[in-house]
Design a protein around this ligand. Structure first.
Ligand SMILES: [Zn+2]
Length: 168
């Protein structure tokens, strides 16, 4: 990791500590982190998913079918299948990206990025490292948070269907 990125990551962790109560718990992670290369992910994922998750792209708003997904179920990481969000934490933010007011515990790490010339808190899957979106403080109660997630980084598993095994 380059020094600049390391400092940015540290600043992100410090700056977002209050934002991310789910990450403050000191329980060990319930999974082993993956260490695939970008080339390996590129071979495994659709191009648009790879671009968002491993090149920090952003999908065009209002393009994801998951915006309209209203069934009960679980949203999982497209790359590694880790369960990330419950459907009862999803809401319509009007932004054009699937939005959630909280996440499952300890499934994301964060860093601060400045891609749009302003500090934003980026979050990525703690298991595979894939980028998912940004978290903002304009969400609904009870958290006041808005996890703005790229749809191509998620898969939806309706209640009653088996969750797929974690990718190894
Ligand atoms: Zn993942």
């Amino acid at each position: 990791m380059k020094r600049r990125h390391l400092l940015s990551a540290v600043a992100g962790l410090l700056g977002s500590a209050a934002l991310m109560p789910a990450l403050a718990a000191d329980k060990p992670l319930a999974f082993t982190r993956l260490s695939k290369t970008k080339a390996q992910w590129k071979a495994l994922l659709p191009p648009e998913t790879y671009q968002v998750m491993f090149e920090e792209g952003t999908e065009a708003p209002f393009t994801s079918a998951l915006n309209k997904e209203k069934r009960e179920g679980t949203f999982i990481c497209y790359a590694c299948n880790l369960p990330l969000f419950d459907s009862n934490t999803k809401y319509d933010s009007g932004t054009g990206w699937p939005s959630f007011f909280t996440t499952k515990a300890k499934v994301f790490d964060t860093k601060t990025d400045h891609l749009l010339m302003m500090a934003r808190t980026e979050y990525h899957c703690a298991r595979c490292g894939g980028h998912h979106g940004h978290v903002f403080e304009d969400g609904p109660k009870p958290t006041g948070l808005r996890y703005c997630n790229n749809g191509v980084a998620l898969k939806f598993v309706p209640t009653g269907s088996a969750l797929p095994a974690l990718r190894v």
